[in-house]
Design a protein around this ligand. Structure first.
Ligand code: PLP
Ligand code: SF4
Length: 333
């Protein structure tokens, strides 16, 4: 696909597509030709409503209420179940912010929540209860975060996270990274994003030229849980990204009923590699309230990794990790 040329006044196509994302359960099920009576859906609350781009819906199977992509976005009544250990802020993130929006938990790396917005709302997300209005840095608060990074010369890598940082406009991305360019000890820029998967149109000429202009080594960590999430558009977006020289990695979340079998995970690793992406992490679920029905136990998780390792080269085996508050890094299982 040839990237579109944008004139400055023109709203990029991805923003229009984002604005047209489906936000009603009824419409989603209608598109998929699923009878609502087959499912116990949950009335939407305003805090974490349904949101899914139309292109992502096209990759779901029609008429299948167990579709692995659908189950990631559909609010089910099971979310209302309370479960022991599942809490609103499982990672104690609010205790680890030296300045608003900046998490500095691990040596050498700091993570900036650049925005609360995402192109898709994943029901298992640990940020579903995050008070973004407080923790979401406004443009002028980025300066505080940038100052903190500049003052801590042990920070060599800044991770842009969210929300999804690529929901920000190109102008906002430039304004952030322009300020990072003057920090001598910063070597790496890492971007945690699901957009190239759920809205590959985001990978347009504007984004590509922003990436290509970076002086820092750049790592783009996408988030793909199931091989069905990848289609031709996604693979083409990955190819464009690769040509800017970024390192492409993937992280997945292990999800019951979605990707908790080795055949699916093996296929995922193979498809990622075919698109030039290496598997990085397979996360055990963060125990966030409302997500207990996605949990896979640790014994099963380890068994799955053993099965992948028995079938694939080591570089296609993701690291199985769990985030444990207070640990100096992700905890390998
Ligand atoms: C996950 C995470 C990182 C990055 O950890 P890596 O092991 O380097 O991928 C950094 N900071 C925070 C707060 C994180 O949650
Ligand atoms: S895209 Fe990432 S941050 Fe956004 S809802 Fe999904 S998992 Fe959470």
């Amino acid at each position: 696909m040839i990237p579109r040329i944008q004139s400055p006044e023109q709203r990029p196509q991805w923003q229009t597509l984002l604005a047209q994302a489906v936000n009603s359960t009824d419409e989603l099920l209608r598109i998929l030709q699923i009878d609502p009576a087959q499912l116990k859906t949950r009335p939407l609350d305003n805090k974490f409503p349904l949101r899914v781009p139309r292109g992502f819906i096209q990759r779901m199977r029609k008429g299948d209420c167990r579709d692995p992509l659908l189950l990631q976005v559909l609010p089910l009544q099971e979310e209302a179940q309370t479960a022991a250990g599942f809490v609103p802020d499982p990672l104690d993130e609010l205790d680890n912010m030296p300045v608003p929006g900046l998490l500095h938990k691990y040596k050498g790396r700091a993570l900036l929540t650049t925005t609360g917005a995402c192109a898709i709302h994943c029901r298992y997300c640990f940020r579903r209860h995050f008070p973004y209005t407080d923790a979401n840095p406004l443009a002028d608060q980025w300066q505080q975060a940038v100052d903190y990074v500049a003052q801590h010369n042990d920070i060599t890598e800044l991770i842009l996270s969210g929300g999804d940082p690529l929901t920000l406009t190109d102008a906002r991305l430039h304004s952030l990274t322009d300020r990072l360019a003057d920090i001598p000890h910063l070597r790496t820029l890492r971007i945690h994003t699901r957009l190239p998967v759920v809205l590959p149109e985001r990978v347009d000429t504007g984004l590509l030229s922003w990436l290509a202009s970076q002086q820092l080594k750049t790592v783009l960590v996408i988030h793909c849980n199931h091989p069905n999430e990848m289609d031709t558009d996604v693979r083409e977006a990955m190819s464009r990204l690769r040509h800017t020289g970024v390192t492409l990695l993937n992280q997945s979340v292990l999800l019951r009923g979605i990707n908790d079998n080795s055949a699916t995970l093996i296929r995922l690793s193979e498809q990622l590699f075919a698109a030039g992406i290496l598997p990085y992490y397979l996360h055990q679920l963060d125990k966030v309230e409302g997500a207990a029905h996605f949990e896979v136990d640790n014994i099963t998780a380890r068994q799955l990794i053993a099965e992948i390792a028995a079938s694939l080269p080591g570089y296609l085996v993701p690291r199985l990790v769990q985030e444990v508050p207070g640990m100096p890094g992700k905890n390998p299982l």
